[in-house]
Design a protein around this ligand. Structure first.
Ligand SMILES: Cc1cc2nc3c(=O)[nH]c(=O)nc-3n(C[C@H](O)[C@H](O)[C@H](O)COP(=O)(O)O)c2cc1C
Length: 344
């Protein structure tokens, strides 16, 4: 069924037709005026790719290495809570969609399944996204299980000090937390703990983890620098897809200053508005190692479950490969900022 989808925007349109207004708004929406949400896209659109020609591009290599893993694509599925709203098998179904291609998937800290159940459903590599959802003893117990289940790294989300005002949900009277409660293992984190997170907690996490630690939601050179100095191994440039701080900067806009500040001492992931192969190529050229995608994957998921996610990844792969061939770049590993220019 999903083979009839030949372009990525078809999935978004189909998801919009299919989903009731509450779930659609929860997935598509952002905070307040949605300025951050729009800025992510607009900033990507303002960048142009310089086309080089007369390079042999019969074979275009999309593989990369990340935290010592070989990835088939420089792309990851971003963590999304409340996937049960879109599919009865939720997170288990999402990671099944990543499996056939071996794409990296990041499991949300508000999965409605146990971390063990999700790991069992996966055949590709997984990272775990952490919300500080209780006292340190709660976090330590959870992370012990996460490491035991084989997750390759833990990324603490730091841009949800409090929950953003998602006005589409408020207008629809749609409560994603109530919808999530139908999952087999709802045990939601107590988000009140997120408001008191400080760098002390980062140092503590570093001290108890034996897998790499990342921070998701870094948007300034100052914070990136402080994180790498503390031994954080993944700097995840994100504004939560425009769902948290409104009137923030676009992620692609802050990427260069963060790449400078990190200076090769950590791996850089970026997300926020990435919907096309060209978007991915831009971020890689500007210094990101992996581009994570939330909604682009969500639309495939909502339309076709695991098969829809797999098809989305296939189309994305084709777009990235086509873009690289057409700008004369035989590998994602060799991209440099010189490939990109500002344009209106
Ligand atoms: C429906 C939905 C749920 C999300 N839930 C989480 C979450 O539980 N934890 C988290 O760190 N980020 C969460 N995010 C943010 C994503 O991980 C990611 O930062 C964002 O979606 C990237 O922007 P994009 O959707 O434009 O690709 C969520 C995003 C969406 C769309």
């Amino acid at each position: 069924m999903v083979e009839r989808f030949l372009t990525l925007p078809e999935f978004r349109r189909a998801a919009k037709r299919l989903l009731p207004p509450g779930p659609w708004g929860y997935g598509a929406g952002g905070a307040e005026t949605e300025t951050t949400l729009r800025r992510n896209r607009r900033a990507l659109q303002r960048l142009a790719i310089r086309q080089r020609v007369l390079v042999d591009v019969r074979h275009v290599d999309l593989t990369t290495t990340f935290l010592g893993m070989e990835l088939p694509l420089p792309v990851a599925i971003a963590p999304m809570g409340g996937l049960i709203i879109f599919h009865p098998q939720g997170d288990c179904e999402m990671v099944r969609g990543a499996g056939p291609s071996g794409t990296l998937a990041v499991v949300s800290g508000v999965t409605g399944w146990s971390v063990e159940d999700v790991a069992r459903a996966a055949s590709g590599p997984l990272l775990f996204q952490l919300y500080f959802g209780g006292p340190r003893s709660w976090v330590q117990e959870l992370l012990g299980r996460v490491e035991q289940a084989g997750y390759r790294a833990v990324c603490l989300t730091v841009d949800l000090q409090v929950y953003g005002r998602r006005e589409r949900d408020l207008v629809q009277r749609f409560d994603p937390r109530a919808a999530r409660a139908h999952a087999p293992n709802p045990s939601p984190p107590d988000m009140a703990y997120q408001a008191r997170l400080t760098w002390d907690d980062v140092a503590w996490l570093r001290s108890i983890l034996s897998v790499p630690l990342g921070l998701k939601g870094i948007m300034t050179a100052e914070d990136a620098k402080r994180a790498v100095e503390m031994g954080v191994q993944v700097i995840w440039v994100s504004n939560h897809g425009g769902r948290q701080l409104d009137h923030g900067q676009a992620t692609i806009e802050v990427l260069p200053e963060i790449v400078d500040a990190v200076a090769g001492r950590a791996e850089i992931v970026i997300d926020g508005g990435f919907a096309r192969g060209t978007d991915v190529v831009k971020a890689l050229a500007l210094g990101a190692k992996v581009v994570a995608m939330g909604r682009t994957m969500l639309w495939g998921f909502a339309v076709g479950g695991a098969a829809g996610v797999n098809r989305t990844l296939e189309l994305l792969r084709e777009e990235i490969a086509t873009t690289l061939a057409l700008c004369g770049q035989p590998s994602v590993r060799g991209l440099t900022p010189d490939l990109i220019r500002r344009a209106e």
